[in-house]
Design a protein around this ligand. Structure first.
Ligand code: ADP
Ligand code: XUL
Length: 490
C-alpha cells in the first residue's frame, strides 16, 4: 500500500494530505494544516503577508515557507503512518509569487543543507532578494504597460501568453525588480515561482516550472509551453538563463533529498513537479471535462474550468492557463475574497455562525442594497484605489453589509466569467469559505446553478496528492444545494 503526499503552500497556510492507495481504493489517511502567522510569529506576517506601508506592495518570506515545509514534514513523519511507504510527493502553491536566488542557491547548496538545522535560516544565504513579491501585489502598472508595448501590444501578449499584462504576474514583477535594483538582479542566478522553489528545496536541485504555473507569468508561450523570447526580452536582460525550464506537470523533478531523509526519517520518495493552487484545484475538484466550473473561496476568490482549446478573454479580465492534464483552463481571479468577508464579519462583531445566520435571515437581492467590497486593490474589475462602494446601504446596516458583500462578490464572479462561455449548470465549491452553506446558497441563487461541496475541503492540496499518484480523478462530493432561485439579472 503506497502513500502519496500532497502539499499546498497557500497565502495564509500550509496543508498536507496523504493518500493511501490499495488496488482501486484511495483513502485520505492524513490531513493537517498550519497557519503561517500562528505557527511562525517570528516572521511577523499578517494573513501570510509581511506588513508594508504601501497598500500596493505585497511580499512574503521564502524562509518562512521553507520552515513551514519542515514543520509539515515533521508532522507527516510523526503521524503514525509507515512513512517508509511514501512513494511520491507533489505540491501546489499560491501562484505568481517569485523567489530570487543567488549563486549560493545552486544545486549543490540545495542538496547540502545541514539536517541538524531548520531550512529557513539556511536558505536565507541562498537568496539574492530576502522577500518574495506575491499575487496580492499591485505595484507594477508601469511595468505592465512596458511589457505589453515591448511585445507589440496587449492583444499580442494575451494571444501568446493567455493573459494581458497583470500587475501580480511574475514578468512585470521581475521587470520592476530589475529596474529598482539592477545590481541585485544581475547577481540573481535563478528566479523560481513559489511552486518550483519548494519543489527544488525538496529535491535538493533546481526543479522545473509546470505550464500551469508558467502561464501565470506573462512570459510563457501557451502554444509551445516554453518561454516566449519576445516577452523575456521585454522584461529584463539575460532572463532566460535565470529561469528554470518549463516541463509537464507530471515530470519527476528528482527524489527527496538526503536533508529530508536524515532530518525526518523519510524515504527517497519521488518529487513530482509542483504547480499553482488553481491548476491543482482543477484536479482536486475533478474538473477533467468541460461544462463544469469550480469556484474557490480562499484568500482570493477564483472561478475556473477546463478548456480543450485556449480561448482568450477579449474583455481582458480573465486568464488562460495550462492545465495539469495537458489541456487548458480558463480562470478569473478576485483579490477581495475571504479577507473582505472577514472585514464585514469583524466590523459588525460577528462570528462565522452569526454571519451565516444573518445571511440566511436577509432576502435575496438585499432589498436593492448593493456593496462593492474593494477593501484592497481589486484585480477584477481592475480597481487601483481601494475603497468600499455602497449604494442605498447605510454604513451601520450590518445585515445589509453581510448579504451585500456576498452577493456583490457572487455577482462579480458570474459577470466576469461569462467570457469562458461554458454555460454554468454545476459549480464545485472549494476553499476555506466553501464550508459555509449560507454563502453557497447565495452562489446557487446568483448563478441559477447547482452547487456541490467537496468531501475534502482543500482541493488544491488534494489535487497535489492526486498528481503525486499520477491520478487525475478524485471522488465526488456529498451535499447538493438546490438550483438557485435567481437574483435580478447580473
Ligand atoms: P488560502 O488557501 O488562500 O490560504 P483557504 O482556502 O484556506 O485560503 O481559506 C481561508 C479563509 O477561509 C479564511 O481567511 C477565512 O476567512 C475563510 N473561512 C474559514 N471558515 C469560514 C466560514 N465558516 N465561513 C466563511 N469563511 C470561512
Ligand atoms: C490566481 C491568483 C490567486 C493565487 C493565490 O491568478 O492570483 O488565486 O493563486 O491563491
Amino acid at each position: 500500500m503506497a502513500l502519496y503526499l500532497g502539499l499546498d503552500s497557500s497565502t495564509q497556510s500550509l496543508t498536507g494530505i496523504v493518500l493511501e492507495v490499495e488496488g482501486d481504493s484511495t483513502r485520505v489517511v492524513f490531513e493537517s494544516s498550519l497557519a503561517f502567522d500562528e505557527a511562525f510569529p517570528e516572521y511577523g506576517t499578517r494573513h501570510g503577508v509581511l506588513p508594508r506601508s504601501d497598500p500596493a506592495v505585497a511580499v512574503s518570506s521564502p524562509p518562512l515557507w521553507a520552515d513551514a515545509l519542515d514543520a509539515m514534514m515533521a508532522r507527516v513523519s510523526h503521524s503514525g503512518l509507515d512513512v517508509g511507504r511514501l512513494a511520491a510527493i507533489a505540491g501546489s502553491a499560491q501562484q505568481h509569487g517569485s523567489v530570487y536566488m543567488n549563486s549560493r542557491g545552486g544545486p549543490s547548496a540545495l542538496s547540502r543543507l545541514d539536517p541538524g538545522l531548520p531550512p529557513g535560516e539556511q536558505v536565507v544565504h541562498a537568496l539574492s532578494r530576502p522577500v518574495a513579491p506575491i499575487w496580492m501585489d499591485s505595484s507594477t502598472s508601469t511595468e505592465c504597460a512596458e511589457l505589453a508595448e515591448g511585445v507589440g501590444g496587449a492583444e499580442a501578449l494575451a494571444q501568446r501568453t493567455g493573459s494581458r499584462a497583470f500587475e501580480r504576474f511574475t514578468g512585470p514583477q521581475i521587470r520592476k525588480f530589475f529596474k529598482d535594483d539592477p545590481r541585485t538582479y544581475a547577481a540573481t542566478d535563478r528566479i523560481h515561482l513559489v511552486s518550483s522553489f519548494l519543489a527544488s528545496l525538496l529535491a535538493g536541485r533546481h526543479a522545473p516550472i509546470d505550464p500551469g504555473d508558467g502561464s501565470g507569468m506573462n512570459l510563457m508561450d501557451l502554444a509551445t509551453s516554453d518561454w516566449w523570447p519576445a516577452a523575456l526580452e521585454a522584461t529584463a536582460p539575460g532572463l532566460r538563463a535565470k529561469l528554470p525550464a518549463v516541463a509537464p506537470a507530471w515530470t519527476v523533478a528528482g527524489s527527496l533529498s538526503p536533508y529530508w531523509q536524515a532530518r525526518h526519517g523519510l524515504p527517497a520518495a519521488k518529487v513530482v513537479v509542483w504547480s499553482g493552487d488553481n491548476p491543482c484545484s482543477l484536479i482536486g475538484t475533478g474538473l477533467v471535462r468541460t461544462g463544469l466550473v469550480a469556484i474557490s473561496l480562499g484568500t482570493s476568490d477564483t472561478i475556473f474550468g477546463l478548456m480543450r482549446e485556449p480561448r482568450v478573454d477579449r474583455t481582458g479580465t480573465g486568464h488562460v492557463f495550462g492545465a495539469p492534464t495537458g489541456a487548458y483552463m480558463g480562470l478569473t481571479c478576485f483579490a477581495n475574497g475571504s479577507l473582505a468577508r472577514e472585514r464585514v464579519r469583524d466590523s459588525f462583531g460577528l462570528s462565522w455562525p452569526g454571519f451565516s445566520q444573518t445571511l440566511a435571515a436577509t432576502p435575496p437581492g438585499n432589498g436593492g442594497r448593493v456593496l462593492l467590497p474593494w477593501y484592497v486593490p481589486e484585480i477584477t474589475p481592475p480597481v487601483a484605489a481601494p475603497g468600499v462602494r455602497r449604494y442605498d446601504l447605510a454604513i451601520d446596516d450590518g445585515p445589509g453589509h453581510v448579504r451585500g458583500v456576498v452577493e456583490g462578490q457572487q455577482m462579480s464572479l458570474a459577470l466576469h466569467s461569462r467570457w469562458m462561455d461554458t454555460g454554468i449548470e454545476t459549480i464545485l465549491a472549494t476553499g476555506g469559505a466553501a464550508a459555509n452553506r449560507e454563502i453557497l446558497q447565495v452562489m446557487a441563487d446568483v448563478f441559477g446553478a447547482e452547487v456541490f461541496q467537496l468531501e475534502v475541503g482543500n482541493s488544491a492540496c488534494l489535487g497535489a496528492a492526486l498528481r503525486a499518484r499520477q491520478d487525475l480523478i478524485p471522488r465526488r462530493s456529498s451535499p447538493v444545494f438546490g438550483r438557485g432561485r435567481g437574483l435580478p439579472d447580473v
